[in-house]
Design a binder for this molecule. Sequence first.
Ligand SMILES: Cc1cc2nc3c(=O)[nH]c(=O)nc-3n(C[C@H](O)[C@H](O)[C@H](O)COP(=O)(O)OP(=O)(O)OC[C@H]3O[C@@H](n4cnc5c(N)ncnc54)[C@H](O)[C@@H]3O)c2cc1C
Length: 504
Amino acid sequence: ANIGPFMTADVNEVAGKSFDYIVVGGGACGCPLAATLSKSYSVLLVERGGSPYGNHLIEDESSLSLYSLITNESSSFAQPFVSEDGVANYRGRVLGGTTAINGGFYSRASEDFIERAGWDGELVKDAYEWVESKVVFRPYELTPWQSAVKEALVEAGVTPFNGFTLEHVEGTKIGGRIFDGNRKRHTSADLLTLGNFERLTVLLNATVQNVIFQHAGDGRGPAARGIRFINSYNNNSDVYEVYLNQPKKGGSWGDVILSAGALGSPQILMLSGIGPHDHLKQLNISPLINTTEVGKGIQDNPSLAFGLNISQALQKQPPAGAQIVGIANDFRFIIGSLTVPMSLNTTIKIISAKVADPLSRGELRLNSTDPRQNPSVKFNYFEKESDLDECVQMARLIERAARTESIEKFLGRTQSGFVDGGASTEEELREYCKKNVSTIGHYHGGCLVGSVVDGDYKVFGVEGLRVLDGSTFLDSPGTNPMATLMMLGRYQGLKMLRDRHGDK
Ligand SMILES: Cc1cc2nc3c(=O)[nH]c(=O)nc-3n(C[C@H](O)[C@H](O)[C@H](O)COP(=O)(O)OP(=O)(O)OC[C@H]3O[C@@H](n4cnc5c(N)ncnc54)[C@H](O)[C@@H]3O)c2cc1C
């Protein structure tokens, strides 16, 4: 259902063909990028998963996170992975990427983030608005629970109350959502409908293995000329290729752009021979460029989830995302509440929060040369002592919010604290953080701007290859990242069109 004329899952329709641009990964960033480039050029978007359309586990807010009860590593649309730290996590494996499985809360980056990134403020604004015109909705009515959460956050000192805003401002706010008024999820895949159908091809169920390079021999680095991919879901070893179009006389080549996410893009670079050579040698991958920084700097925001003590009647309420979020303690903590599944027909209400700017960073390495398998990731939560100090303060904020009158009145019960009645000691909370650190999926980094890619997201040392997704971020933007990732796909697509038109 709803599969556009430009989508196919038949490899034979595209194998051996050439396109002006090849985008790898149809997630938050890849879809708006492919749609934008298709205005003037032929574009192939290759996605390892299937279509999100017609899948109620993706589309219905009342199925939020139900996938966590039924996933498997090799085929489900939410691919589970456990980091070496022992924390369970997910990555989208479907057109729409992680926007098809996330909490759906939408918030722009701060002006400060945009300035530090060196982006053009006007173009950023246009790009956000383009995204918002299609997939972002304002919750006109708060659910009774989210109303209580709003009161509780204000009572806990997360002030001022800012009403509805898409901006990253201190205090408590009603934010945008990718769930519409009928509680139906929209994903970044909807942005493809803003592209030019004549020039856009989307290939589903195809996992990209590596980039094909040509050695120009003119003193410049090797140049990307296409990609190799395999079928995601059958076990045959057939490998297919597609190529970049040869430019017309005097013209320039297009690019291969990796938008496979913080785990996928460093993985494909390494499988293409771009990474730390000593590591690639262990897997018998022929080295191309010794970029030791690939896979480095990957990071996740340490989070805590506090399960509220609720009645059996409330446990029957369906899953639901957040409408309210608090930005607390001088932007250091992001706090909100979700209703998440415990079993197929019961839910629990959690207050969860993340440390917004942790200092600890980790590393991604390959486990195998099979691109269908998860790479191994270690986030090194709390490697830096200050992140643990932050976690303790965040735990106290959560306890304070959980023990407000607003929450107790709504739930009709007194809430305890993380460790005891809510008066846990510093030492107890430190131990608690170490043992119970969790994630809200905002992991990023692995192909950082400045070390793996330049300011135009071009991979250092080679021609015609870019990375554009969360793997390029040093920090998670704003309240949460998807808004800025979708914006960036549009923004960078427009810049690439301008730069190339300028060439002509
Ligand atoms: C549980 C959870 C809840 C979240 N909640 C929110 C929220 O409420 N608000 C918010 O702003 N953010 C949220 N996020 C984060 C946000 O969704 C992600 O940061 C964002 O989607 C990442 O975008 P991306 O483009 O980097 O990667 P993705 O969106 O993950 O896209 C990568 C795409 O590449 C594809 N791919 C990977 N490897 C290959 C390959 N080899 N070949 C072909 N295709 C490939 C994948 O299948 C995927 O479609 C959440 C994340 C999680 C996990």
